[in-house]
Design a protein around this ligand. Structure first.
Ligand SMILES: *Cc1c(COP(=O)(O)O)cnc(C)c1O
Length: 418
């Protein structure tokens, strides 16, 4: 691909710090890990930061640390990366999907309240699902595409019903909700450092919390269930190995040093996109919300109009033909093959999540992207959409399903196997 979907920004400083770890001889559980955690905690302004080998494992440890297990449920969103639901399944609990607000693409707080009122009984201590008999333990909001969720009503609901809050802020490092960084509102927040994120450690993640118990439980769980005071071969509980190595931590430190510049570059690229794509018919650009500053993670546009899913397929082909990468983002989690077997979610209950998953498209987006590259993508997008309804349409191939024909599943597969 001439224009890739994403690209990490690795400079001399990253190389220098990683090489210095290699030369030091201490490759794990050393000074870089401690320094990375301390500087990260300072940046987000929480008491504790616990570095983990991936964002997914970080979410898992939070679920476990909060005592969520078999017989429990967690309210979350289906319009996300699978990790935010998988972390609940790992512990034998069940994610219950709440539909999104179609404007923000984040979990809809009003629908959280509606589902609690409809499906759960409150005994003054616990919310019990009237049908499943399981207990609701937590809300797990995801700050999708770097836009903070509407945290105030979510925290109010959590407060009213003794629910924990785990924020999946893996896409939202640097995002601000009413003056406070996303990821720092709940009992715990999680960041991810995969190479396409705002900053990277190659693989890695971070748990942030102000709760000393959560921090120490997560530290123990990531390190084979050891406790801090006792020896190397004393294991006080069933733990895991999800430590972040010194090499990864050094990479994280170098990225953290230049995080503000990385975020500013992303802002600039997003502004070029907005300029190049504003006013294109049937193309919705990322929402701006008062009181919320998005941290640009990806640039996701949304096709609208009656033939949006098919228009998206045409757009994907047109971009590919010009060497421009793109990604249908996200496919709804409840429609993933393994989830269909696991849970029966009636199609009607998540209409906005399903619609978003059929119409959203991530365009190339990375901090070193040039104005010319953005312009090239914008020209391709405008060109593709301008052709709709004209002589271009009849050259549709047989793989393109007519509008609204077939089940959602068939339409998805036609996208997946193209
Ligand atoms: C990236 C991401 C994660 C974590 O992914 P890892 O690859 O395990 O670091 C979790 N949730 C969301 C929404 C993400 O985008």
């Amino acid at each position: 691909m001439k224009v890739p979907l994403s690209k990490p920004d690795i400079g001399e400083r990253e190389i220098e710090l990683v090489v210095s770890v290699l030369k030091s001889g201490q490759l794990s559980l050393g000074p870089r890990l401690a320094e990375f955690e301390q500087k990260f905690a300072e940046y987000v302004d929480t008491r504790f930061a616990v570095a983990i080998s991936s964002g997914t494992s970080a979410l898992h440890l939070c679920v476990k640390a909060l005592g969520i297990g078999p017989g429990d449920e967690v309210l979350t969103t289906s319009f996300s990366f699978v990790a935010s639901a998988n972390c609940v399944l790992y512990e034998g609990a069940r994610p219950v999907f709440v539909d999104i607000d179609p404007a923000t693409l984040n979990i809809d707080p009003a629908k959280i309240n509606a589902i609690i009122a409809r499906d759960y009984a409150w005994d003054g201590k616990h919310l019990t699902n009237r049908r499943s008999g399981r207990v609701l333990k937590a809300i797990l909001p995801v700050h999708v595409f770097g836009l903070p969720c509407d945290m105030e009503p979510i925290l109010q609901t959590a407060d009213a019903f003794n629910l924990s809050v785990i924020e999946d802020a893996c896409e939202a490092l640097g995002a601000i909700y009413h003056g406070q960084l996303a990821g720092t509102f709940g009992d715990a927040g999680v960041f991810g450092f995969y190479p396409n994120k705002q900053m990277t450690t190659a693989e890695g993640g971070m748990i942030v919390t102000n709760d000393a118990r959560i921090a120490s439980v997560c530290r123990s769980l990531r390190n084979q269930g050891r406790d801090a005071s006792a020896g190397w071969l004393r294991h006080v509980e069933l733990g895991y190995n999800c430590r972040l190595s010194e090499l990864h931590s050094a990479l994280g430190l170098a990225q953290l040093e230049k995080l503000e510049a990385l975020l500013a570059s992303r802002d600039r690229v997003a502004q070029w996109y907005a300029r190049g794509l504003t006013g294109v018919p049937n193309l919705d650009l990322p929402t701006v919300c008062p009181g919320r500053k998005r941290s640009w993670f990806v640039y996701v546009v949304r096709l609208s109009g009656p033939s949006a899913p098919r228009d998206r397929e045409i757009l994907i082909e047109d971009l590919a033909a010009r060497g421009i990468a793109c990604q249908t983002y996200f496919p709804a989690i409840h429609q993933q093959p393994y989830f269909r077997k696991l849970l029966s979610v009636s199609a009607a209950s998540l209409p906005h999540s399903e619609c978003a998953s059929e119409t959203c498209l991530a365009l190339p987006f990375f901090p070193s992207m040039t104005e010319e590259q953005v312009e090239e993508v914008c020209i391709a997008v405008r060109g593709s959409l301008a052709q709709r309804g004209t002589s271009r349409e009849p050259f549709l191939t047989g793989s393109r399903l007519p509008q609204r024909a077939g089940s959602t599943r068939e339409r998805e597969q036609s996208i997946a196997f193209r």
